[in-house]
Unconditional design. Structure first.
Length: 287
């Protein structure tokens, strides 16, 4: 089964290419320290230098190397996307599984909580929570990256919860679940070992969508000045500083915007490949 899923995934050529592109972006971000420049190193004499062999993506208004800043910004943007998605998926699966399996009062309470979260105006809440948490005296909230990760995850788990709930409502009525109960399997064992594995495909696809949305959200927040705070570079904050120099130094906006576009497109194509790979019709027919 696993071999068939992998085969079906890489049969989607754009998904295979997207995996390679995302792997390259991650490697470039991880090994950003190999750059001869610092992301915060200022060289006023080299302000607004066009792309050259020395500065591949040019320099900004303070003479900082844009390529290096984009590499370090990729660390933050990808980390926010991965970690916030992991937290959101974990919380969404937990809520959805409990709601769909037990139904009744449990389902009513958890879904009303989910509905309440869905009514929040996302950007407004992100801005308010970000500003509020950074004013708290606890050291963990002084790290703007962690604050952004938790806030995005806090507002992103609801769609996964609804998806998983719907899957559990269907799967709990299947014969293999009834057989497991007849054999004395506990609810925990049935949820974790019997029903949840059958939900992996839709959950993974949902995760790719959430990760792409998280990267865009983080970039938007940083662009508005409410996300990750300077001097930590992110793709959104680089774009924000470029807006006033877009005609004088267009490369300041082109390159970070291009990185956001490429990353989000790659993640979306990976999601398409996962959807095709886990399609029950495709798996059972081999088409």
């Amino acid at each position: 089964m696993a071999r068939l899923i992998v085969k079906r995934f890489f049969k989607h050529r754009l998904a295979g290419l997207a995996i390679a592109v995302l792997a390259i972006l991650i490697l470039l971000s991880v090994f950003a320290f190999l750059s001869p420049y610092s992301p915060t190193q200022q060289e006023p004499a080299n302000r607004f230098e066009k792309p050259t062999l020395q500065h591949w993506f040019g320099t900004d208004e303070l003479g900082r190397d844009v390529f290096t800043r984009i590499l370090y910004g990729g660390r933050v943007s990808l980390a926010v996307g991965l970690l916030s998605t992991f937290i959101a998926i974990t919380l969404g699966v937990l809520v959805g599984a409990l709601s769909g399996y037990f139904s009744g009062l449990t389902d009513s309470v958890l879904m009303r909580i989910t509905d309440a979260f869905l009514t929040f105006p996302t950007i407004f809440v992100l801005i308010i929570l970000g500003a509020f948490l950074r004013e708290q005296p606890y050291p963990i909230f002084k790290n703007s990256v962690l604050v952004v990760i938790f806030i995005i995850a806090f507002l992103s788990w609801t769609w996964t919860a609804r998806l998983v709930r719907g899957l559990f409502l269907v799967l709990r009525e299947r014969e293999f679940v009834s057989a497991s109960k007849a054999l004395g399997a506990s609810d925990f064992r049935i949820i974790v070992l019997h029903i949840l594995p059958n939900c992996i495909g839709p959950i993974l696809v949902s995760g790719t969508l959430l990760m792409a949305a998280a990267i865009i959200t983080e970039s938007g927040l940083s662009y508005l000045g409410f996300g990750v705070q300077p001097p930590t570079p992110t793709w959104g904050s680089i774009l924000s500083t470029a807006q006033s120099q877009v005609f004088r130094a267009p490369w300041l906006a082109v390159y970070p915007g291009m990185m956001i576009f490429i990353t989000v497109m790659a993640i979306n194509y990976i999601g398409d490949g996962l959807r095709d790979a886990f399609d029950p019709y495709v798996i059972h027919t081999g088409k």
